[in-house]
Design a protein around this ligand. Structure first.
Ligand SMILES: Cc1ncc(COP(=O)(O)O)c(C=O)c1O
Length: 392
């Protein structure tokens, strides 16, 4: 919210940016922290006795930060590369029996849907789709009423995003968890946190899932190439890693000896091998900057005020349909424009010529604007004015 934070982000100097849900811009000091970490690794190592304690401290302090944000124990967090690897690799290791079904919402990211399809193909399972987009007057109650019709005794796992990437509806995780448990204990909730981490507070809700994947590079404005995944204790028993490497192992020595269990008992069993340590310092710095900028409460109030303002103003324009009704509860504002004389992508292109950046999501092709704690009223007003001129 402070101008100071925005000024410390080089990418925001020359643009009006609304694509935080795609990728957040990197603060200068986060880049500096990564360069410093790279230098430190070269100064100490790269492969020396001196460097290991440093790398280990970097990993632990990053996981500690993530454990605070996710509200879960450090031993249930594995580092990953992005959302997709955090979701898909543990998911592909799930052990399904005959008649077990995989359920996925119709508002998931294409890569996750494709991976779920492949899981079902390999295991000869039907992929069931839960159609959120068809729910009329979507709210917590109508969502829960509808999901009751789709969860059955055969539903072994359900994949859904915490905040839907295409139009921002936030899933009531605790209530969803309770719905699943009403049927049986032996089912699993897999959550894609791409649009929640760094955007809304999640510390009270992650624990209701069995897998919750996050990434550094979106709302948290960290570097790309770093993610993390929470896995519950029971998921640790339920899934085998898809890729195993030295980081998954309890110990490397004696690997040729027969062993019952060579893998870590905790979430590290889903970690693989050498990864880019300096990214950790970059993410921690970005998170610290965002946290210092304003409290969780102020951030929410600011984001909701602007997203509701934007949606109210857009509603006044001819031919614009908002996907969600007010009041919006987070920073994702999605809308459609009817009767355009040219392709929707042209609107995005024309806006980008004015250095205003929004995107179109796929299936359905709605326009999506992301309001961040750094977004200002002036930026929103400018966006509204430019859209108005384009569709007149
Ligand atoms: C909900 C959701 N899931 C997954 C992804 C893919 O993210 P990544 O490239 O980190 O795997 C995105 C990216 O926009 C997303 O919005």
């Amino acid at each position: 919210m402070s101008k100071h934070l925005k000024l410390s982000i080089p990418s925001l100097e020359n643009k009006i940016y609304f694509n935080y849900g795609g990728q957040g811009p990197l603060p200068k000091t986060s880049l500096d922290a990564m360069v410093e970490s790279w230098n430190k690794i070269q100064e100490l190592g790269p492969f020396t006795e001196n460097v290991w304690p440093y790398i280990s401290r970097e990993i632990i302090s990053t996981k500690q930060k993530l454990s605070d944000i996710l509200g879960v124990s450090i031993s249930n967090i594995a580092l990953s590369e992005n959302i997709t690897s955090g979701m898909v690799l543990p998911m592909w290791g799930m052990r399904f029996d005959d008649n077990d079904e995989l359920l996925i919402s119709d508002c998931e990211h294409p890569g996750i849907v494709a991976a779920a399809r492949e899981f079902c193909r390999r295991n000869n399972i039907e992929l069931k789709i839960f159609p959120i987009q068809k729910i009329r007057n979507l709210n917590d109650k109508t969502f829960l009423d509808s999901i009751r019709e789709y969860i059955t005794i055969n539903t072994k796992a359900f994949i859904i995003s915490h905040v839907l990437w295409n139009f921002g509806f936030k899933i009531p995780l605790k209530k969803l968890y309770e719905e699943l448990k009403r049927l049986k204990n032996d089912n699993y909730l897999l959550i894609d946190g791409a649009q929640s981490f760094g955007h809304i507070g999640i510390a009270d809700e992650v624990k209701y899932s069995d897998l919750y994947a996050v990434t550094s590079h979106k709302w948290a404005c960290g570097p790309e190439g770093l993610g993390a995944v929470y896995v519950s204790d029971r998921f640790l028993d339920f899934s085998d890693p898809t890729i195993i490497g030295w980081k998954s192992l309890k110990k490397e020595q004696g690997i040729y000896e027969p062993h019952q269990n060579i893998l870590h008992k905790d979430a590290r069993k889903f970690e693989i091998a050498t990864s880019c340590t300096p990214l950790l310092a970059g993410l921690r710095e970005s998170i610290n900057l965002l946290e210092k900028d304003c409290s969780e409460e102020k951030k929410n109030a600011h984001i909701c005020k602007l997203s509701n303002y934007l949606s109210e103003q857009l509603k006044q324009l001819k031919n614009i349909d908002l996907v969600l009704k007010n009041p919006l509860k987070n920073g994702i504002v999605s809308f459609d424009i009817q009767d355009l004389t040219y392709k929707k992508q042209e609107i995005v292109k024309e806006l980008s010529k004015k250095r205003i950046f929004i995107r179109i999501v796929e299936d359905p092709d709605w326009f999506r604007v992301c309001i961040h704690q750094m977004t200002t009223l002036e930026e929103v007003d400018l966006l509204i004015k430019e859209i108005q001129e384009l569709i007149m």
